[in-house]
Design a binder for this molecule. Structure first.
Ligand code: ADP
Length: 889
């Protein structure tokens, strides 16, 4: 809305501003003009006065006194013209000379000569030395020529020789140059002012314009606001009036509602500022009591609900949003009243909740119904959940649209029940195997028409791609909505189906196995009649299955002489449950259809089905096996004979070796005897060379003898003819002797040899053999230990045994070779590589000696640290009779 008076106001303001500023500038201009003019005029007057004074001073001497007494005429006039002529240049347009009496005595305008002065007083002043100046027109006092504007000055004239002024000289200056000058000075100022004014207008007008517009706009807004304010005020007045009406109506309404309304302050939950009268019918307390009794709400709140309600209220108030809560209140007469409290927050202008208002709805009945329903539902739910199948209700349509199906369906087909309800994700029809769907439709349809329950098996498609076998039982019912529905349950049969299939397959397999078995499989009943007869039975016995089944087994396959025993056996088993041949493999004689008898392997096992016995017999024709066995037996005999002759040969060899060794020993002994004689000089003196040669012969004869001894010993061992000469032996002494015997060898080799003997009783043994054992072990130690090493021999008693240990720091024996160490002729690869001499008989002999003493010999060896041979011998001879007897190895 616009104000019609507002728009002219602005132009007026502008005009006024323009006017005032122009006026101000004009005044400034006039001021300047006035000032310049005044200044210029004063200067012009000063100038004319000065000029006149100067002229008066310079001309006075040239003037005659007469010149100032009477008007000049004639030649004097001309002289004076000439005199004044120079003065009449540079702006002086007229000159007058006045006499004392005020008459013009001379003027360059001759017409003026003789004229009189008009103002006597002023003239007198000039004569007295006070020059005057005037502004006027040239012809003001008469004269000829253009009546131009002039500035004139009167100055006193004091001619020569006069003490006081006798006349007055008057100069008229043209005023126009002064005016021109003024104009020239003022003109740029005026132009500047004019321009300034223009500039001012140019810059101020837009501003003014804008200001004007802004003002206009503000005015308009103010007017609008004023209008709106007026309208709002009006509305408010109306609203207040209607609010009052509404409040009265609302209160009446609220107090008639079947619920309790209340208002409570936010800072005091439970304390009401208002409560509707219905509180009395609900809880038996009057509104006044409710409002006045402190804490009444919390007192009537069911104790079990206090905590929860407190929390709910606090959270609700903090959130500042509406909330609802259900709890129990106790009425005055002790009834439990379930209420629903719907709380609404009332906020102030700053959005801070200030009070809560709400209503309490009595929901006791609803709660009771809910509770009952909940219990029912819970019962129903557990019932349904415990059924080992999916319970459903569906529409009788193409999709079998599911209205309800229990969670079990997920177990069955892999999809949650919610998928099916109302065909939300899939239809129930979609999980029925397409091949079975028509049958399902047909069967269910017929049952529905006939109004009877149905049971149908079909395949369902599981989410994982497998097929589930299910059985569905159901019946049509009329639902709450009057529609016909199907109620039913679906059970998973897959496992049973699989088991049945497996059973069928297994039966088929068994049949196949039985049919293709290499054995004749025959089943008979308790009476001994054939009930099963496989192909192999047909082949073996010559009876076809058709012929055999139903015959007595005994008459069919058992030779007459065994039949009775067979029949008795069955009878005995049936009577006592005992059957010595049952479950075992026995070999009997079978009878073919052609009357030929043949060996048979038979195994019979009883089978009890349904309390009745039957027997399965497995019969195998073992004619071939028998033949093979006979053959093998023959071969075994042959081998045994060969073995025997080999052993014989071996014995012969051993005997031969023993014989040869024995026979070698005699000549060797003889050789040694004669050598000794030779060396002792019995056959004359020997030179050194001969002695040296004979020494070599002796050493080799000795070695040969030792070797022969070893061979003979082993031959004895092999022949089981090792004989020990048992006596009481001090093993410590034997060891000391052996150490002493071998010490030169050790010294020669550069190895340390030590002996340590512990307390040890006398041992029953062959002293010479034990000495041989020790010699063998110690000399081996020396042989396989490089110079700088050591051999430690230890002998001690330990738990009824004599223990002998020979430890060396030698080359050791590789672990894989240790097991062969005690075999005849065995030599370790290292010993062979290093060409250490030896025969590989020493340890075999040692072992034989130890074993002959009932002891044990073992070795622990390691290629980096050396070997330890450990011998333990029982101290007490367990077999004293071995004294004279041979020890069998
Ligand atoms: P020989 O010593 O005559 O070879 P032995 O029967 O005494 O025969 O020994 C058989 C082999 O056992 C030896 O050749 C040697 O390789 C190994 N052996 C025996 N004693 C030792 C030992 N103390 N250290 C290393 N090797 C040994």
């Amino acid at each position: 809305m616009t104000n019609p008076t507002a728009s002219p106001r602005a132009p007026r303001l502008v005009v006024r501003f323009a006017l005032y500023s122009a006026l101000a500038l004009l005044l400034a201009g006039v001021g300047i003009l006035w000032f310049v003019r005044h200044e210029t005029q004063t200067r012009a007057e000063d100038e004319v006065t000065t000029r006149a004074s100067q002229a008066a001073a310079s001309l006075a001497p040239k003037l005659r006194p007469t010149d100032l007494e009477t008007p000049v005429t004639g030649r004097r006039l001309a002289a004076l013209d000439a005199l004044f002529k120079p003065e009449l240049m540079g702006g002086v347009v007229r000159v007058k000379l006045w006499g004392r009496n005020g008459t013009v005595t001379y003027s360059n305008d001759h017409s003026l000569i003789g004229s009189h002065v008009t103002t006597k007083g002023e003239f007198e002043n000039v004569l007295n030395g006070e020059p005057i100046r005037e502004l006027g027109h040239l012809n003001d006092e008469g004269g000829k020529g253009k009546n131009i504007k002039i500035v004139s000055a009167y100055v006193p004239l004091k001619p020569r020789g006069q003490s006081h002024a006798t006349g007055v000289l008057e100069f008229y200056n043209d005023y126009r140059p002064v005016e021109d000058q003024v104009v020239a000075t003022v003109k740029p100022v005026a132009i500047a002012l004019g321009l300034a004014l223009l500039l001012l207008y140019a810059s101020l007008f837009p501003i003014l314009n804008q200001v004007t517009k802004a003002l206009e706009h503000r005015n308009r807004r103010l007017e609008q606001q004023a209008d709106e304010l007026a309208r709002t005020l009006n509305e408010r007045r109306q609203a207040v009036a209607s609010l009052h009406d509404a409040e009265t109506r609302y209160r009446a309404l609220v107090e008639q509602l079947p619920l309790v309304t209340y208002v409570s302050a936010i800072d005091k939950p439970g304390f009401s500022a208002y409560v509707s009268p219905q509180i009395e019918s609900m809880l038996g307390y009057t509104p006044e009591e409710w409002l006045e009794t402190p804490n009444l709400f919390w007192r009537v709140l069911h104790p079990d609900d206090v905590e929860r309600v407190r929390t709910e209220h606090r959270q609700g108030y903090e959130s500042g949003k509406a909330f609802s809560s259900q709890y129990r209140l106790l009425s005055r007469d002790g009834r439990v009243v379930w209420v629903e409290d719907q709380v609404q927050m009332v906020h102030d202008a700053e959005e801070t909740p200030v009070q809560a208002q709400g209503f309490l709805l009595d929901i006791t009945q609803r709660k009771a119904a809910e509770l009952a329903l909940g219990e029912n539902e819970e019962r129903y739910r557990t019932l349904v959940a415990n059924v080992p199948g999916a319970i459903f209700r569906c529409a009788i349509d193409d999709n079998w649209t599911i209205e309800y199906v229990s969670g079990e369906i997920e177990e069955l087909v892999g999809y949650p029940s919610s998928d099916f309800v109302g065909n939300r994700v899939r239809t129930f029809a979609s999980i029925i195997h397409p091949e079975d769907a028509p049958v399902v439709s047909k069967e269910v349809g017929e049952a529905v028409v006939e109004g009877r329950p149905y049971t149908i098996e079909y395949r369902a498609l599981h989410r994982d791609g497998h097929v589930r076998y299910v059985v569905e039982r159901g019946q049509a019912i009329v639902g709450a909505d009057g529609e016909r529905k199907l109620d039913g349950a679906i059970f998973d049969l897959t496992e049973r189906h699989i088991a049945q299939q497996a059973l069928e397959e297994s039966e088929e397999r068994t049949r196949l196995i039985v049919d293709t078995a290499l054995d004749a499989v025959v089943t008979i009943d308790a009476a001994g009649l054939v009930t099963g007869w496989n192909r192999r039975a047909e082949a073996i016995f010559g009876w076809s299955s058709e012929e055999a089944v139903g015959r007595l087994l005994a008459d069919t396959v058992i030779p007459p002489e065994h039949r009775e025993a067979h029949t008795r056996g069955i009878e005995r088993f049936l009577a006592t449950g005992e059957g010595p041949v049952l479950g075992k493999r026995i070999e009997i004689t079978g009878l073919r259809r052609n009357g030929k008898e043949f060996p048979v392997e038979l195994a019979i096992s009883p089978v009890k089905t349904g309390g009745v016995y039957s027997f399965s017999a497995f019969l195998r024709d073992i004619s071939d096996r028998r033949a093979a066995e006979d053959e093998r037996e023959r071969l075994v005999h042959e081998l045994e004979a060969q073995n025997e002759s080999l052993l014989q040969l071996d014995r012969l060899k051993d005997e031969f070796v023993a014989l040869v060794s024995h026979e070698l020993r005699t000549p060797l002994t003889s050789i040694r005897g004669y050598l000794e004689l030779l060396l002792e000089g019995e056959a004359g003196d020997l030179n050194d060379e001969q002695r040296q040669f004979l020494g070599v012969v002796e050493r080799n004869a000795h070695r040969l003898l030792a070797l022969v001894g070893d061979l003979l010993f082993l031959a004895q061992v092999e022949a089981g003819k090792l004989s020990l000469e048992i006596g009481a032996v001090d093993l410590g002494a034997v060891a000391a002797e052996s150490v002493e015997t071998t010490r030169p060898l050790a010294d020669e080799k550069g190895v340390t040899l030590t002996l340590a003997t512990g307390p040890l009783p006398l041992l029953a043994g062959d002293r010479a053999r034990l000495a041989q054992l020790l010699d063998n072990l110690i000399s081996n130690g020396i042989k396989f230990t490089p110079a700088g090493g050591r051999i430690d021999v230890r002998v001690r008693g330990e738990r009824g045994n004599a223990v002998l240990e020979v430890r060396d720091t030698g080359m050791g024996i590789a672990p894989e070779e240790q097991q062969n160490l005690f075999e005849r002729f065995f030599r370790s690869s290292r010993a062979t590589e290093q060409a250490i001499p030896g025969t590989g008989l020493g340890l075999a002999i040692s072992k034989a000696i130890v074993q002959a003493h009932g002891g044990r010999i073992t070795v622990a060896s390691d290629e980096s640290t050396g070997s330890t041979f450990h011998v333990s011998l029982p101290i007490r001879q367990t077999r004293p009779e071995t004294d004279a007897e041979q020890v069998a190895l």
